[in-house]
Design a protein around this ligand. Structure first.
Ligand code: NAP
Length: 282
């Protein structure tokens, strides 16, 4: 049976460390502050924003929430981002995705000052990640790397397979595994013979957003299986891409959903906010 990588527990450890750093900053008269913009009334986004607020409270970060109506115009949203860019008391800015279709998310991301871009989505930060000179690491892939480190697992010399090539998960995940000296293969919806490729993986990260995509016959004995995805099963419960019950019999390590990568993503956002403060005040 695979060892379960407990994301909740590791995230709690990360948050304890962040809270200590926040306290040290406050002792110097600096209160870290994260501004979160949410546009519209997407219920999932509202949950994510509420959770971010809770995490901020837990570690002592001041949080500002800007809840804008669905009808918000592009120039109003951009105006708010610029105002937050100019506010010296705000260290981190993020705009909760998705935003209503009439708005241009790319322009919003490009307007955020890269020094305050705690999601690490701005092209300048993406470029830094590519050349291995990061200010911020994107939260979800950074959370996965933290989990691997916590378990003493290095990607060095290992065959690493990432399912998914999105800008927020798959691509940066591959770059971080590569930076850890893994030999990385990226799979996507046009990949042929997915099972043949995953079967060779020492470390498999699945971020396809497709329930039961990864079955036990696709796993190498003893492999590390990280499930990033958040899907719903027939009962409306959260589940990942991995057929957990069967894969845990074959894998060496496995992350659960929920309680795996999700809490790590949240913790890494808090870490990035502290990094932003340090960079802006040094
Ligand atoms: P996305 O933008 O929809 O990307 C999904 C990727 O998976 C795409 O590259 C797609 O390929 C690939 N894919 C889809 N079906 C596939 C298949 N059958 N075989 C192989 N590849 C397939 O999603 P995302 O934003 O990266 O998120 C992925 C999942 O992670 C979602 O469930 C999301 O909710 C979850 N997520 C979780 C966290 C967390 O904190 N745990 C954070 C972010 C996202 P193409 O490029 O060819 O379309």
């Amino acid at each position: 049976m695979a060892k379960i990588i407990d994301g909740k527990k590791i995230a709690a450890e990360v948050l304890t460390g962040v809270a200590k750093e926040v306290k040290a900053l406050k002792d110097k008269g600096i209160t870290p502050c994260l501004a979160v913009i949410i546009v519209g009334d997407n219920p999932a986004s509202q949950v994510y924003v509420r959770n971010k607020k809770k995490d901020c409270e837990l570690v002592g970060i001041r949080s500002l929430e800007y809840a804008l109506p669905t009808e918000t115009k592009q120039d109003e949203l951009i105006g708010l981002v610029k105002q937050l860019n100019d506010d010296k008391n705000v260290h981190g800015i993020l705009c909760q995705s998705p935003i209503p279709k009439h708005l241009d998310e790319k322009e919003v991301i490009n307007t955020i000052n890269p020094e305050k871009d705690v999601d690490a989505f701005h092209p300048v930060n993406v470029g830094h990640i590519m050349i291995g000179d990061c200010r911020f690491l994107p939260c979800t892939p950074a959370g996965v790397m933290e989990m691997l480190r916590h378990e003493g697992i290095s990607a060095e010399g290992k065959s690493c397979v990432v399912i998914g090539r999105s800008n927020i998960v798959g691509k940066p995940m591959s770059i971080l595994l590569l930076a850890d000296n893994g030999t990385v293969t990226i799979c996507h919806s046009r990949t042929k013979n997915l099972a043949e490729i995953t079967k060779k993986a020492d470390i498999l990260v699945s971020a396809a957003g497709m329930r039961n995509l990864v079955t036990a016959d696709m796993i190498k004995e003893g492999a590390v299986v990280i499930d990033v995805s958040m899907n719903k099963n027939d009962d409306g419960k959260l589940c990942g891409d991995v057929d957990y019950a069967e894969v845990e019999k074959v894998a060496g390590y496995i992350t659960p959903v929920p309680g795996g990568v999700g809490p790590m993503t949240r913790a890494m956002l808090m870490k990035n906010t502290v990094t932003a403060v340090k960079n802006q005040t040094k």
